[in-house]
Write a new protein. Structure first.
Ligand code: DGL
Length: 271
């Protein structure tokens, strides 16, 4: 802690974790919106993908990742993985004293505010859809919302490993959004960290009347508000640092991750 002009700055970093590189879309938004904060990002690449796993297994992995970040002394943990937040956020919050923020509630809140017809689509992994986390969060905000949750098992792995803009990715995206068109939703939540990378494709498939909600942007906004309200923000005006940990191959993380972060990734430590 340091004091300047009566304002106490909290210099501790913010921890962010995900099943791999996808959460870098969330980190990207945080780095853009909170450039004065330091971040430690943990990518559990050795266990990617979380989406097809049982919820109990995703919960176990989320506890292990949170433990690592808390041990490093972070002031807040962002569960930047939709599958992990959906499967484990309440249990994590009940077990750790460090504040934890997930990506589900910020996205749900923005969607509940944006929808005009009260018909919302959620495109996500199987684990996220199975957990009912988005459905529950949306109904807690407005019990009258009609929610259509669609699991796409193929999209995240295709975006991560294949050519993002390939015909195969487009086919999987088309298949994913087809139920939303039939249900005439007016708002769609991108309920997986990977989907912001195919925003133009989804926009074209859904049409201009449908509002897309990017959970990453909403989460970064909420983190900023939490830091301000709790008075645990770092000193304004400084340039924050960001560093990386990966449970899989660090070089692979660096190569694939740069596309998601859209900023340079220098060193990656293996854990
Ligand atoms: N970060 C994960 C999510 O948002 C990406 C997909 C996965 O691990 O299966 O659900």
């Amino acid at each position: 802690m340091s004091e300047r002009d009566g304002h106490i700055a909290d210099g501790r970093p913010i921890g962010v974790f995900d099943s791999g590189v996808g959460g870098l879309t969330v980190l990207h938004e945080c780095l853009v919106n909170l450039p004065h904060e330091d971040f430690i990002y943990l990518g559990d690449t050795a266990n990617f993908p979380y989406g097809p796993k049982r919820l109990a297994e995703v919960r176990r992995l989320a506890f292990a990742a949170t433990e690592v970040l808390v041990t490093l002394g972070v002031k807040l943990v962002i569960v930047a993985c939709n599958s992990a937040a959906a499967a484990a956020l309440p249990q994590l919050q009940a077990s750790f004293s460090t504040p934890l923020v997930g990506v589900v509630m910020p996205g749900a809140r923005a969607a509940a505010q944006a929808t005009r017809e009260r018909r919302i689509g959620v495109l996500a992994t199987e684990a996220t859809v199975r957990s009912n986390a988005y459905q529950n969060a949306l109904h807690a905000l407005d019990a009258g919302l009609e929610v259509f949750a669609v699991a796409s098992p193929r999209l995240a792995p295709l975006i991560q490993t294949g050519d993002v803009f390939s015909e195969e990715t487009e086919r999987a995206a088309r298949e994913g959004v087809a139920p939303f068109k039939a249900a005439r939703v007016d708002t769609v939540i991108l309920g997986c960290t990977h989907y912001p990378l195919i925003t133009p494709m989804l926009r074209r498939l859904l049409g201009p009347q449908v509002t897309l909600i990017n959970s990453a942007e909403e989460t970064a906004r909420e983190v900023g508000e939490i830091l301000a309200r709790k008075g645990i923000g770092n000193e304004d005006g400084r340039e924050g640092r960001y560093s990386f940990l990966a449970s899989g191959d660090p070089e692979e993380f660096r190569k694939v991750g740069t596309r998601f972060l859209q900023l340079p990734i220098r060193e990656v430590d293996h854990i």
